[in-house]
Design a binder for this molecule. Structure first.
Ligand SMILES: NC(=O)c1ccc[n+]([C@@H]2O[C@H](COP(=O)([O-])OP(=O)(O)OC[C@H]3O[C@@H](n4cnc5c(N)ncnc54)[C@H](OP(=O)(O)O)[C@@H]3O)[C@@H](O)[C@H]2O)c1
Length: 290
């Protein structure tokens, strides 16, 4: 879709693109909106009349979504191109929006990635940046956008964790731990703000068809492919759960069952079974421990 030249501006802190005049009423900010679950969540919000603030690194994909949402649903859209592994990214986003007078009614912390392999041998940079993106950016964005919500007496936060957040995750140990943080953080926070008009929900998808598997280096076997979810279905469950004020949203029967079993099984047993399940997938790509 063609993008009008005059609609593109550059900010000091990153590329910020304004598409049309901002219509005030309800606004959602979605991180990781350029693909997968974040893309589908953003379009579902737009369909439901929300203005959208879209964050990710891929400018072209964000602009295409922003234009489409604006033209199809008549909502306003902002694109903020930002690498959320940078420690100052959240602050820059917050200041940009504050300067423009854009009030974020709903915050969706969705951006994240995983990495398959023995932690001893995976890339140090990738593992540490994962903590920055999956944990620090979630905490930082929430820290900044929560207080204004409390002051207004209304607001919603949706954090995207994973069914992996309930499990110890050999061969994705760091990823599972980051998602365990998101589950625990969300549940604790939800209780803190329960009487302030703000709801906090955590979406815990199981394997879902997105760019996630490629980024993580996962090649799912045919059984997993059979039960893998469509990202639109996952996003729809997230949207509906958030709007209903649900705390934990686990889309799909098998994921609900798996999370339940994980919560009552001994850690060591779950970890050993998961390792047996995952190991064949990593053999061609990652060194085994001696
Ligand atoms: N797919 C699954 O099987 C699955 C299962 C459970 C949970 N999840 C969780 O769902 C969330 C969304 O993932 P997805 O499955 O939709 O994967 P995806 O298709 O790879 O999307 C990830 C999104 O995060 C953005 N992102 C990645 N690194 C970023 C960075 N440094 N700064 C800003 N944005 C960044 C990507 O955009 P750019 O590359 O343009 O920056 C993209 O928009 C993640 O938190 C993931 O852990 C996924």
């Amino acid at each position: 879709m063609a993008i009008k030249k005059h609609s593109i501006r550059k900010s000091k802190t990153g590329t910020r693109t304004a598409l049309g005049k901002w219509k005030t009423n309800k606004t959602v900010l979605v991180t990781g909106a350029s693909g997968g679950i974040g893309y589908d969540l953003s379009s579902i919000f737009a369909e439901n009349g929300y203005n959208i603030v879209l964050i990710a690194r891929n400018k072209e994909k964000l602009l295409a979504l922003a234009n489409q949402a604006q033209q199809m649903f008549g909502v306003s859209a902002r694109v903020i191109v930002k690498d959320l592994t940078r420690p100052k990214a959240a602050e820059e986003i917050y200041r940009d929006l504050e300067r423009e007078g854009i009030i974020v009614d709903i915050l969706v912390n969705n951006a994240g990635y995983g990495l398959l392999g023995n932690f001893a041998f995976t890339s140090k940079k990738d593992e540490l940046e994962m903590i920055q993106l999956n944990i620090s950016a979630v905490a930082h964005m929430t820290k900044l956008f929560l207080q204004p919500m409390i002051k207004r007496g209304r607001g919603r936060i949706l954090n995207v964790a994973s069914a992996a957040g309930f499990l110890p995750g050999p061969l994705m140990a760091n990823y599972s731990a980051t998602k365990a943080y998101v589950v625990s953080f969300s549940a604790g926070l939800a209780e803190e703000v329960r009487e302030n008009g703000v709801t906090v929900s955590v979406l815990c998808p199981g394997p879902t068809f997105t760019g996630f598997q490629d980024r993580a280096g996962i090649r799912e076997n045919s059984f997993v492919k059979l039960v893998m979810a469509d990202s639109r279905v996952v996003a729809r469950a997230g949207y509906e759960g958030l709007m209903a004020g649900k705390l934990v949203i686990i889309p799909g029967f098998f994921n609900k069952l798996g999370s339940l079993i994980a919560r009552i099984s001994p850690f060591s047993l779950t970890a050993r079974s998961l390792r047996r399940f995952r190991e064949p997938k990593m053999l061609p790509i990652v060194r085994k421990l001696p």
